[in-house]
Design a protein around this ligand. Structure first.
Ligand code: PHE
Length: 447
């Protein structure tokens, strides 16, 4: 077998892992879920879960990947030979498959908006009209499926080219640019008339709005935005040289993510309240609100187009990781097989995702438990499969790996203190499994 590829630099890994983490989860999903769950309290619970569950789990996935240096399934096989633990990786592959099937729908929405903005279809509209135009566009079956396909084709193209050349290069410029545009956007949003209401909505917790479902959604959201529970981070860190500090990478990814979530919230909610829009509008929220905010900025359309390009890039770098984990297992790291499987799996995901794309139009009436096909796919991933994957990883690491090995891995290349290690170990060994189980059982009404 050929020698495994490695990241060409430390930064390459952080950028790719952060690229996987930062995406639709923080920018599109967070505002709409927070909007539906009452705002501030949701935000706070989300942050807490990110710190006590997401961060420790991210480190756990890094440790698994780097110590095994193999793909998402074989890493578990290597660490626990002769057991069934590799199913954690298989569940991750299935989760990624479903995830990309609906993620690509939203990716397609960015593509379509970008196209409309460039050809000038959005010029001179007001906030209500944006929502109408957008609603009409995504309910059109041809358009929504076509743009979903475009998004998947871009993903396939990059993944088929292989880890280093494909993923690493562009993030170094695109991510910082996205941060800067977001900051401009936030400055405009928080200075709109009536913005204070929106800021309060996001930052002032109102715990009367918290239900079991809210807690589950906040937990699912924290896993979703960090890409944990799917073994994507196992895969990425397996390409990592032994000298890299895992805690430093994990802290910076979590920090960036929380920052982007905050920026997204501060860009959206002040505008929602200022323009009398509906915070609980659902998946379309960001797409209805953003053009309105941009239209309040000089050269707004130009900035909007730039934003959409960067947003598309952020969504793509997450999508790459979803396809990458599946392709790297099936192609066994053989460069000759990679291309073929990237195409086969990518197109299969596209086909399975078509019903999700049509959920905002002709299949909108088809519901189960009051959810459309799109919502069901999202719910299954965010609130069932990611928590289950995370739970299993939290059990696997302390049970199947020696405590001393774990400490060694975390200490490599950094000055990770023993005390911090003990906190991490406690969180992963006791808090994570119990809390995840408790939240899941709570929603099932067990107590
Ligand atoms: N973290 C990604 C986002 O926020 C989604 C993702 C989840 C990617 C799980 C890979 C694995 O958009």
């Amino acid at each position: 077998m050929s020698q495994r590829e490695q990241w060409s630099s430390k930064l390459g890994f952080i950028l790719a892992a952060a690229g996987s983490a930062i995406g639709l989860g923080a920018i599109w999903k967070f505002p709409y879920i927070a909007g539906q769950n009452g705002g501030g309290a949701f935000f706070l619970i989300f942050i807490i879960f990110t710190l006590i569950l997401g961060l420790p789990l991210l480190l756990a996935e890094f440790i698994i990947g780097r110590s095994a240096q193999d793909n998402a399934v074989d890493s578990y096989r290597k660490i626990a030979p002769g057991t069934q633990w590799h199913w954690v990786g298989i569940i991750g592959m299935v989760t990624s498959f479903i995830l990309l099937s609906f993620y690509s729908v939203i990716g397609g929405w960015i593509v379509v908006y970008l196209f409309k903005a460039i050809v000038g279809d959005l010029n001179g509209l007001n906030s209500d009209q944006y929502a109408v135009v957008f609603g009409e566009t995504i309910s059109d079956p041809m358009i929504s499926v076509f743009v979903q396909l475009l998004f998947i084709l871009m993903t396939i193209f990059v993944v088929s080219k292989g880890v280093q050349k494909g993923i690493e290069r562009a993030s170094a410029i695109m991510m910082p640019a996205l941060f800067i545009l977001f900051i401009i956007l936030v400055i405009r949003a928080v200075t709109l008339d009536g913005a204070m209401e929106g800021i309060k909505f996001l930052l002032q917790p109102d715990f009367t709005k918290v239900k079991s479902q809210t807690i589950l959604e906040a937990m699912g959201q924290s896993f979703f935005t960090l890409s944990v529970g799917v073994s994507v981070m196992v895969t990425y860190s397996s390409y990592l040289p032994k000298t890299q500090s895992l805690p430093r990478s994990a802290f910076s990814i979590v920090g960036m993510n929380i920052f982007i979530v905050l920026l997204a919230g501060l860009a959206i909610f002040p505008a929602v309240f200022s323009f009398n829009l509906e915070p609980g509008a659902g998946p379309v929220l960001l797409f209805n609100v953003l053009p309105t905010v941009f239209s309040q900025i000089p050269f707004g359309m130009f900035f909007f187009i730039a934003f959409l390009v960067l947003f598309l890039f952020a969504a793509l770098t997450s999508a790459f990781s979803m396809l990458e984990i599946i392709v790297s297992v099936i192609s066994k790291g053989e460069p000759t097989q990679r291309k073929k499987w990237a195409w086969i799996i990518g197109l299969a995901i596209f086909v399975c995702g078509i019903p999700s794309a049509l959920s905002f139009g002709i299949l909108g009436e088809i519901t189960l438990f009051g959810k459309t096909i799109f919502d069901l796919a999202d719910f299954a991933v965010s609130n069932v499969l990611l928590p289950i994957g995370s739970l299993l990883i939290a059990i696997f690491v302390p049970v199947k790996m020696k405590k001393s090995t774990l400490y060694e891995e975390l200490k490599r290349g950094s000055s990770f203190k023993k005390g911090l290690f003990e906190i991490w170990y406690f969180l992963i060994r006791f808090v994570a499994p119990l809390l995840i189980l408790a939240v899941m059982l709570d929603v099932l009404g067990v107590w």
